[in-house]
Design a protein around this ligand. Structure first.
Ligand code: NAD
Ligand code: SER
Length: 318
């Protein structure tokens, strides 16, 4: 039985990872933590307010709950990172370094670190981006992700810390809103379609990016953490993807359910970030080494997102 700590648990991924982990390992065995106050979804089990840049406090929490596994989600994402590059470097690099140091010192069993498609850059091949390729990101967020992948590799080879991770594409989900990324338009479009029947999109209509729906995002994290170590040839840098579509294709798919939905395209600074990232991803290493296989394409994601959000909005204002 694992004793798990999740950092950055109040965010988009943590809000749905926590219930999944609590279902799997038991409510009391999964400690949620964040620099922010907990949301309702986190309050049915242990929660600790924790800033990952504070290594002493991190160590204290790990010891107090006898934690052996950390899902390290706390980070500053791409768009916020461009607004606050110093904060992004500090939280993303010091936070990861602290988690790895505590893992080394206290001999933790396993660490999960999510990297991102932001680790790639404009010189990277855009279609079916390979596992091993040019890594020259142009955002501070992407730079922290490449450095993070390398640091994880170092801690595995130098100190034997079993750290694993995937390069997530944009995550689409219906529980917690995304936290300052470039792929946020894909989530915002669903909310706006249901609430206002119109959306002003901050990237061009023809912008294609790889994406993943939350159930597949969670499956990737949990399956990789459960994978047989003898089969893994990579560490914290597995390419994974669910689907690729343009902003216009997403709008058209939503329109199949809400015909009156309209989108106006007004690109801002995030367009340049999106243009520097891959359009589609080759995730064959993850498929071969730990059996990765996503379940949701654009049509299935759209149907499920709209159903879930409709239900939620009805409950919020019956
Ligand atoms: P998010 O922004 O929604 O959540 C991050 C959480 O970290 C927030 O709740 C925030 O309060 C917390 N945080 C910030 N600074 C902190 C600090 N100093 N100490 C403790 N907590 C702090 O992000 P997310 O979408 O849930 O992403 C989780 C991880 O997955 C991140 O590492 C991110 O880079 C990665 N990722 C996300 C996506 C995506 O599309 N959501 C894609 C690729 C990778
Ligand atoms: N969705 C994330 C972002 O846009 C990618 O890591 O920042």
């Amino acid at each position: 039985m694992r004793r798990v700590l999740v950092t950055g648990a109040a965010g988009q991924i943590g809000s749905e990872l926590i219930p999944k982990l609590r279902e799997k390992y038991g409510r009391e065995n999964v400690v949620a933590s964040d620099i922010r106050e907990p949301s309702e979804t986190l309050s049915d089990g242990p929660f600790e307010q924790l800033d990952v840049t504070d290594r002493d406090r991190l160590k204290e929490v790990v010891k107090e709950y006898d934690v052996d596994t950390v899902f390290h989600l706390a980070a500053i994402l791409s768009a916020t990172g461009e607004r606050k590059p110093h904060l992004a470097w500090y939280v993303n690099m010091d936070g990861l370094y602290n988690v790895l140091e505590v893992a080394r010192e206290l001999e933790l069993t396993r660490i999960f670190f999510p990297s991102s498609i932001a680790a790639f850059g404009p010189e990277t091949p855009k279609e079916m981006t390979p596992q091993e390729t040019v890594m020259r990101p142009k955002t501070i967020y992407g730079i922290t992700k490449v450095a993070g992948e390398l640091l994880c590799d170092y801690y595995f080879h130098r100190f034997g810390v079993d750290v694993r991770g995937v390069r997530y594409p944009g995550v689409i989900s219906s529980v917690a809103p995304p936290g300052g990324g470039t792929t946020d338009y894909a989530v915002e479009m669903f909310y706006a379609a249901l609430r206002h029947k119109r959306y002003v999109c901050f990237v061009r209509e023809d912008t294609v990016l790889p994406m993943i729906y939350m159930p597949d995002c969670l499956k990737a994290a949990i399956d990789l953490m459960e994978a047989d170590p003898s089969r893994l040839r990579h560490r914290a840098d597995y390419n994974v993807t669910g689907m690729s579509f343009s902003a216009g294709e997403l709008a058209a798919e939503i329109r199949k359910h809400i015909p009156e939905f309209t989108v106006e395209y007004r690109p801002d600074f995030r367009q340049k970030i999106a243009d520097s990232w891959p359009r589609s991803i080759d995730d064959s290493a993850a498929r071969e080494e730990w059996g990765w296989k996503p379940s949701y394409d654009l049509a299935a994601t759209t149907k499920d997102m709209l159903e879930k959000l409709r239900r939620r909005f009805k409950e919020e204002s019956p």
